[in-house]
Design a protein around this ligand. Structure first.
Ligand code: IFM
Length: 443
């Protein structure tokens, strides 16, 4: 068969995604550091520690790797607790370090996508009650303004908050993230305050830089009725989709927070997404269950038994639902950026198939003219995976925490080949994901 090539548009962004806390290391002035110190919170008693030591300057060698691998973009985070260590103190040196990093990216031809909030709050914010406190959104807006003033000459595209749905639900409903609460009403308060925080940051950045493009990174998950023909399973799946997937992007379009039984008007949040960031990993089946109760939206979730699973069963590979996510996202009529996609896999066998299949599906979406501007693999090097500590390895490069040595995984070469060609080719599939060859190139 002749060589086939799935080409992406000129100027398409190819990068990796990271966050401040999971990569910088030595980040102690926030609620996640405190949470880690509590026994039993993190798998195997792990702590974030030095992480990839980006705060110590190892971002330089990592972005060298990104550049050598042909990436043209990097998503990274700014840590609020470093910029504003106390309510009335701004740390100029911390801002300078981020400026240094932005210059480093610029010199290497890497487009910066900057995230202002990725799960961590300064301790002084936590002590006020964190996002339960109605004053926090405005404070977040002030922090966003300060950062925008300092670095806007290097940044055109901003992510205000990463995965507000994950932050609210895992922190306040399921009790797995700090503050470890399990209360539906407080969860709804936090969801609304995160939206108000996003809106405050959106307005603050625009004041400094009217031409900036500002959005958020949305954790999208596919939900399907467990039994397709069962009306209760259908309702349960739809409820999940509405609560998890639609809440924020719809609210940032029309300023209405649809909270289970009531709707709140948030006019300041209307039209506050210049693009939509999609973090896509997997999809689930949803089965109606009275026992799961109101907080569980009366349902149990599971993976499709036919979907290939990552080594620790964390992620089911469901690339067609990635296509559906992009199809769904078109309704918001803004450019789309895949701000995260990837998988844990220390052996790097599953990952090669996963990336190949997902990038192939994204190509289909691009060819339907869905307005997708870029794609970011989570992640460049292994990261601290929150409550799962270092037990889940997402990096294109393996990280040895003790020696800080990096080792390239084959997926890094696959991704480098894609970046170099701005395309996924049959040759790449043959070399890196031969198991998928027949499926992608039938006959
Ligand atoms: O590591 C996380 C990241 O912080 C948020 N999105 C999902 C990733 C993988 O679980």
């Amino acid at each position: 068969m002749p060589d086939a090539r799935f080409t992406f548009p000129k100027g398409f962004l190819w990068g990796t995604s990271s966050s401040a806390y999971q990569f910088e290391g030595n980040s102690k002035n926030n609620q996640w550091h405190r949470w880690e110190q509590e026994p039993g919170r993190i798998a195997e008693g792990h702590t974030c520690g030095l992480a990839a030591d980006w705060w110590g300057g190892r971002w330089r060698e990592d972005i060298d790797r990104a550049m050598e691998d042909g990436h043209n973009a990097l998503r990274f985070g700014i840590e609020w607790s470093r910029i504003q260590p106390e309510p009335d103190r701004w740390d100029e040196q911390a801002l300078d370090r981020y400026l240094d990093m932005l210059r480093g990216l610029d010199q290497r031809g890497l487009f910066p996508l900057v995230t202002l909030h990725h799960f961590t709050d300064p301790l002084w914010v936590t002590e006020m009650g964190g996002w339960e406190n109605d004053e926090v959104p405005a404070l977040f807006g002030k922090y966003a303004a300060r950062v925008a003033e300092a670095i806007h000459s290097y940044v055109t595209t901003w992510i205000t908050i990463n995965e507000p749905n994950v932050m609210a639900v895992l922190g306040w409903l399921l009790g797995e993230f700090p503050p470890g609460k399990q209360d539906l009403d407080t969860t709804l308060t936090v969801m609304v305050n995160l939206a108000r925080g996003h809106a405050a940051a959106y307005q603050a950045i625009k004041q400094v830089q009217p031409e900036a493009r500002v959005g958020f990174a949305h954790a999208y998950r596919g939900f399907h009725p467990h039994h397709k023909a069962n009306p209760l399973d259908q309702i349960a799946a739809r409820l999940h989709h509405q609560a998890w997937n639609e809440f924020y992007p719809a609210l940032f379009r029309d300023g209405k927070a649809r909270l289970l039984a009531r709707t709140i008007e948030l006019p300041e949040a209307e039209n506050t997404q210049d693009f939509l960031g999609i973090n896509y990993y997997t999809s689930e089946r949803v089965r109606f269950s009275l026992r799961a109760g109101r907080t569980g939206l009366y349902s149990r979730r599971s993976y499709d038994p036919d979907a290939p699973l990552s080594p620790n069963d964390m992620i089911a590979s469901t690339p067609q639902d990635f296509f559906h996510a992009l199809e769904w996202a078109r309704q918001f009529e803004v450019p789309l950026i895949v701000t995260e996609n990837g998988t844990e896999d220390s052996e790097d066998s599953f990952r090669r198939d996963y990336l190949t299949a997902h990038i192939h599906q994204m190509w289909h979406a691009v060819n339907f003219n869905y307005p997708i501007k870029g794609y970011f693999v989570w992640s460049l090097v292994d990261n601290f995976e929150w409550t799962l500590g270092w037990t889940r390895r997402f990096g294109l490069y393996e990280l040895d925490l003790d020696s800080q040595r990096r080792r390239k995984r084959p997926s890094a070469d696959l991704y480098a080949a894609i970046c170099a060609e701005n395309a996924l080719t049959s040759e790449m599939v043959r070399e890196y994901a031969p198991r998928l060859f027949e499926e992608i190139f039938p006959g």
